[in-house]
Design a binder for this molecule. Structure first.
Ligand SMILES: [Zn+2]
Length: 269
């Protein structure tokens, strides 16, 4: 299998979910063996640990002057999920656009630009044996496998969210249909708290599924949309290892902070 980049530039813009700030994004082809490179003003930063940081709300890419671009996980997930190895991601702004809260828009843009095979073979990240992180009632287990696979178990106590298992296998090549349309979700009480802290300023019923004790703020796109979104985020976060590993993942209750802890302490160690 060969490395891939974009066949031509993709340009889009929009507002961030946390800052409500506007950003312009340009995705450009990049030569083989480059990886995913972010550029903000004059600085560049490869999307790989330790240039990547997760907090409860999302994933940021960090630059050498201490600045950061927030909420890049859906953008990276779209690129990695579609098998793009090399791309330049220029962002004029402090946060990637949220669009409808999923990766649907960006995937449609990338697929309409098309992908270009390159002259170098694809590099795979391999693990030598089982890798595990278990803490705080969460776990991530990775076993060596032929392809990247994720099995994610969603499980909340006292919630309208049903316990659900979602699975994505990169070999099926169905990221665009299975993962990309799944939207961000959040809890009503968490949203109220974030708004009071001047966070989630760009959040609305147009870019997130809000969960309350009454149920969901909007009809779900799939019965298992929420666990599919957890897989979307997981792909974007794990790509900070430098590529998606040839491993099958079993993930329980993880989020951005724990995903990045796994990359930092287990995969990059
Ligand atoms: Zn997300």
């Amino acid at each position: 299998m060969q490395q891939k980049t974009l066949a031509r530039q993709v340009v889009f813009n929009g507002y961030g979910i946390h800052t409500a700030k506007f950003a312009e994004v340009i995705l450009s082809p990049l030569r083989a063996d480059s990886g995913l490179i972010f550029r903000s003003s004059t600085l560049t930063s490869k999307y790989i640990y330790p240039n990547v940081r997760g907090d409860e709300r999302g994933t940021a890419v960090l630059f050498s002057d201490g600045s950061a671009v927030q909420t890049v996980e859906h953008l990276v997930s779209a690129l990695a999920g579609l098998g793009v190895d090399n791309a330049l991601i220029e962002i004029d702004g402090v946060e990637a656009p949220i669009k409808d809260g999923s990766a649907k828009f960006i995937v449609e843009q990338i697929l309409s630009a098309g992908l270009q095979e390159q002259d170098q073979p694809k590099r795979f990240l391999q693990i030598a044996g089982p890798k595990k992180l278990a803490a705080e009632g969460k776990f991530i287990l990775a076993l060596p496998a032929e392809n990247f696979k994720v099995n994610f178990l969603l499980d909340y106590d006292n919630s309208p969210i049903q316990t659900d298992l979602g699975s994505f296998d990169a070999a099926r090549d169905d990221y665009a249909q299975y993962v990309a349309p799944a939207r961000t979700y959040g809890f009503q009480e968490e949203l109220e708290w974030l708004l009071a802290q001047n966070k989630a300023q760009g959040a609305s019923l147009k870019n997130a599924v809000v969960v309350s004790d009454k149920g969901f703020s909007t009809a779900l796109r799939f019965p298992d949309e929420l666990v599919r979104h957890k897989i979307l985020d997981f792909i974007g976060d794990i790509a900070a290892a430098g590529a998606l590993p040839q491993a099958e993942f079993f993930v329980y209750k993880s989020g951005h902070v724990f995903n990045h802890r796994f990359v930092r302490e287990v995969l990059a160690a």
